[in-house]
Design a protein. Structure first.
Lengths: 601, 351
């Protein structure tokens, strides 16, 4: 089934050996040839010496989920030879460094031996160069084997190494070494190969974390406080880079502040302090950080302070699998903190939405005066995705929410920080320093009345809590609506999904449709659930809820918060830490359906 | 306990400051702390210092953590925004607030439990970041709200009210602050208004991290004869190492000042402090000497009070980060959002 512009290539290397940049250049070259490509970095929680893989799916049709079965394995790591060999599909290829020749115990594949280390040892004298350029030698061989456009590759190398001119020519020499060897020794190109196409034209290739940081810049965020944790670290680092690039004035002063905090508690504390004081502020973290930030999230919920939190989810529980992907913080985020708390969640499905929903999160946080948590995951956050370019409407007016300025305070009658004047549960806030005599109040996590005064009167406490619940109802009307894909209005089969599983689910639905099974789909983009979510559930009898956690957390949330009957929600879960494959979704739906007659024609 | 508003009637003869405001305009609501609590004296000193400095109250932000001390911001500066955050986390909230608006005065109020135990990490890092704030610890050596447990600043020699010994050595927050690089470190006593008010004024005028550890007896749980944080004990063992006059920028120095024993110090805003040295071995510009002074007095069972250490040249967090001179919360969206044209070039680079 693999062929031109449709195959999976995997690189098995050792982390810290410099393979990452070579692999990126490989994927980027295919992308620039116009072919949709989906690289996945499968890396250890380690800096040097452990196995790491880079899996690249090439699909002209634009199916960018992971796909099982490797067509071409570049086996550069003897530690993992055995498992790498096993992954190659019958009829596939395995390229390896044959400086130390070996027998590969499979008759059904083609082995492509290249004495890479020996070639590098001959060409370079510096041990570091000998090591680094091995990566470019196999890339060079692949240009011949897969018929990649050399001009495009040269441009990619030049772009990647801009400013390091010496390195460019040395890298290209390494490429030529590998390419010439492959041309001389193998039948090039292979039946799987790349051909210029249009599928990726006009697209961009970017990680979700960079995109989220850019969204924060466009939202006008000025304060970022964070604590390093995989896989969210690059959100803050990208924000800092973008500030330097886009928000530095002539004197070298920055219109924004980034503080690496001492821990996650301080990181969220700073963001809340800044939000309280009228700056758009955010933090970025992952699972363990969410646990640590929970107390502060409860404060921001109850004291009604806007703050945005990017949670780039990884494998839990506890330290879990720090370098693997999951969607297992849904419940922890929806109800973070003790007492009755609930938080607004957004679920971007790709970097483009990390940008747009990332920016939207700040509007929602200020409009609703509450934390907004953007839940992406390691797959979206750290892998480069081919996605639509970012767009921004210059006429867009940021929603700064209900903030009274000095004139507003003069005009306001009987202002109270927590008075629900408009009936939407959202009160009017004031910022420190606004008015000499009006608008000051005491922000507190203790129970308070409409005027922010301490109270132990249970009725007042209950009224306040009901008002905040009302605010949450308002939120349901403000958050992005789900994306609904009605493949057959008569079909009573549905699938609900969210976040990074989108490519796998859509591909699976296409495959099922080709088999005559039409499944309607709804992608949830936000919590609280907008009315469309319940309507979709009501319109279907058998709904597969696809998610990457053990306990089917989104399914539970649908039952709890949208009142959906659990009988018709089928948990369809995978939480092995790898991005989902279409095959998993398709077979989960097929298997679960059993002998049931399919309603769709 | 409910929220009690003080009556708003003023006596017409009340003194007014340069802003035409009276002392009463700087007060907060009625204190709900125990009668005689040292914290109320500190509150009164803050009110007086802000009144005398002619500070517009709405340009001050009060931030606290949790505990008796952290309730105190309700009882002063009713025209200022206040933020009673979570236990031990006042420093991070203040950091964020300060990042958002560098033009306000930030008074952080904390206690010995809030700072020396649960909040020790945040305290240390706020100092390290040179946050421009006044950090006041109302230090009574015990947990008042949970009824008298030892705190980490309680002296080893100081038993509880019931006579239980304290098995652990205390954390000296002033020594820590000096070691971590606080530019202004002072210790005082809630019962010594004459020393405390000028110290608060100087701390507010200082641009950088100003730390004030104020011993504040807990009348209910830690004011018994054996306590080293009781009114009697501190009165008897208080060794003022210097006395301070605070001179605002526009005023001439009129305080008497003896060559060799007095040190004039100019602060960032042009105001000056005149330090009358009472302990000749103490040099407040020498961190090592300051630590020595604290330790040698403590070894004799004395509490050294006054301005312990000052570094007039400190740069605050905004200078270190090179943030805009305008408050970040006042920069218009038109300057913050780069717009579609810039986005197009970012897209182009990602193609």
């Amino acid at each position: 089934m693999s062929g031109v512009n449709d195959f999976v290539c995997k690189f098995a290397t050792v982390n810290g050996s410099g393979s990452a940049s070579a692999n990126t250049m490989f994927a980027k070259t295919i992308f620039r040839m116009g072919v949709p490509v989906s690289p996945k970095n499968i890396f250890p929680s380690n800096i040097q010496g452990l196995p790491t893989w880079y899996e690249v799916r090439v699909s002209e049709k634009g199916y960018l989920a992971r796909r099982d079965g490797i067509d071409l394995m570049v086996a550069m790591n003897p530690q993992t030879y055995r498992e790498d060999l096993a992954e190659v599909v019958p009829g596939g290829w395995l390229l390896y460094d044959s400086t130390m020749p070996r027998q590969w115990p499979r008759e059904d594949i083609t082995v492509l031996p290249i004495p890479i280390a020996a070639m590098c040892a001959k060409k370079w004298t510096d041990p570091r160069q000998r090591q680094l350029f091995k990566n470019m030698v196999y890339v060079g061989a692949l240009t011949a084997l897969l018929d990649m456009d050399m001009e495009v590759l040269e441009k990619v190398v030049a772009d990647q190494l801009r400013g390091k001119e010496k390195l460019i020519s040395a890298n290209l020499e390494a490429v030529k070494l590998g390419r010439d060897y492959a041309l001389a020794n193998f039948q090039c190109p292979l039946p799987i190969r790349v051909q210029k196409a249009e599928g990726a034209r006009g697209k961009i290739m970017v990680t979700g974390n960079s995109a989220a940081a850019l969204g924060a810049v466009y939202a006008g965020a000025t304060v970022c406080s964070w604590y390093p944790i995989t896989p969210s670290t690059s959100v803050a680092e990208a924000f800092e880079r973008y500030l330097k690039q886009l928000r530095t004035d002539k004197d070298g002063r920055v219109l924004g502040a980034v503080v690496q905090a001492e821990d996650e508690l301080a990181a969220i504390g700073m963001a809340i302090g800044a939000g309280w004081n009228g700056a758009r502020a955010f933090t970025a973290t992952s699972g363990p950080g969410i646990s640590l930030m929970s107390e502060f999230l409860g404060l921001a919920y109850f004291a009604e302070i806007p703050v945005v939190l990017f949670n780039v989810q990884r494998g839990g529980p506890s330290t879990g699998m720090p370098t693997r992907t999951q969607q297992s913080d849904i419940m922890a985020c929806a109800y973070a903190s003790h007492g009755d708390t609930k938080h607004v969640l957004l679920f971007p499905s790709d970097p483009n939405e990390c940008f747009s929903l990332g920016a939207k999160a700040f509007d929602l946080a200020e409009r609703l005066q509450t934390p907004v948590i953007v839940l992406s995951d390691l797959d979206i956050g750290m892998n480069e995705w081919v996605t639509d370019p970012f767009t921004w409407d210059d006429s867009y007016v940021h929603d700064r929410g209900k903030v009274l300025d000095a004139a507003g305070l003069e005009a306001a009658k009987d202002w109270g920080r927590y008075r629900d004047v408009d009936g939407d549960g959202i009160p009017y806030r004031t910022l420190p320093g606004t008015h000499p005599t009006k608008g000051a109040f005491f922000t507190r996590g203790t129970s308070h009345d409409d005027y922010a005064r301490y109270t132990e009167d249970g009725r007042i406490h209950a009224q306040n809590m009901y008002r905040i619940a009302r605010k949450f109802e308002t939120a349901a009307g403000l958050v992005p609506k789900p994306e609904i894909d009605m493949r057959d209005p008569r079909s009573r089969l549905g699938v609900i999904y969210f976040g990074s599983t989108r490519p796998a689910v859509l591909e699976a639905l296409d495959e099922l449709e080709a088999e005559g099974i039409r499944v309607n789909a709804m992608r949830i983009k936000a919590f609280p659930f907008s009315p469309e979510v319940k309507a979709f559930c009501d319109a279907h009898d058998r709904i597969f809820v696809v998610e990457q956690n053990r306990d089917a957390q989104m399914r539970s949330l649908l039952m709890l918060e949208a009142g959906i009957d659990g009988e018709k929600l089928f948990a369809t879960v995978n939480f092995d830490g790898m991005p989902l494959t279409a095959d998993f979704v398709r077979s989960a739906i097929r298997t679960s359906m059993g002998p049931v007659k399919i309603a769709a024609e | 306990m409910s929220y009690i508003q003080k009556p708003s009637a003023y006596h017409p003869a009340l003194k007014r400051n340069a802003l035409g405001l009276t002392y009463r305009d700087y007060e907060g609501s009625m204190s709900t702390l125990c009668a005689g609590c040292g914290h109320d004296s500190i509150t009164a000193a803050i009110v007086e210092a802000c009144f005398e400095l002619d500070l517009p109250a709405h340009r001050i932000a009060k931030v606290s953590g949790i505990g008796c001390s952290s309730k105190a911001p309700t009882y002063f500066l009713g025209r200022s925004h206040g933020f009673n955050s979570v236990h031990g986390r006042m420093p991070s909230v203040t950091t964020g607030a300060n990042l958002a608006n560098r033009d306000l005065v930030y008074i952080g109020v904390s206690g010995d439990g809030d700072t020396a135990s649960i909040g020790l990490g945040q305290f240390a890092h706020a100092v390290r970041r040179r946050l421009n704030m006044v950090y006041i610890v109302m230090n009574n050596g015990c947990y008042g709200l949970t009824k008298g447990q030892f705190s980490a600043t309680n002296d080893k020699t100081s038993p509880s009210k019931k006579g239980e010994p304290n098995p652990f050595d205390p954390i000296d927050l002033c020594q820590m602050a000096i070691q971590l690089g606080a530019g202004f470190v002072a210790r005082s006593f809630s019962g010594d208004k004459r020393q405390l008010i000028p110290l608060i004024k100087a701390a507010i005028s200082y641009r950088g991290f100003a730390f004030l550890d104020v011993i504040s007896p807990c009348v209910t749980f830690n004011n018994h004869p054996a306590s080293t944080k009781s009114y009697d004990y501190v009165r008897q063992h208080n060794q003022a190492i210097d006395r301070l006059d605070f001179v605002p920028e526009e005023q001439e120095i009129t305080a008497d000042y003896d060559e060799g024993t007095s040190v004039p110090v100019t602060l960032h805003d042009g105001s000056r402090i005149i330090l009358h040295k009472l302990d000749q071995t103490h040099d407040p510009r020498d961190a090592d000497a300051a630590l020595m002074t604290i330790r040698s007095h403590a070894a004799r069972g004395e509490v050294a009070t006054g301005l312990l250490y000052i570094d007039e040249s400190q740069h605050d967090l905004h200078e270190i980060l090179r943030t805009s001179e305008r408050p970040l919360n006042a920069i218009p969206m038109s300057e913050l959002c780069p717009g579609s044209e810039k986005l197009a070039s970012i897209n182009a680079r990602l193609q």
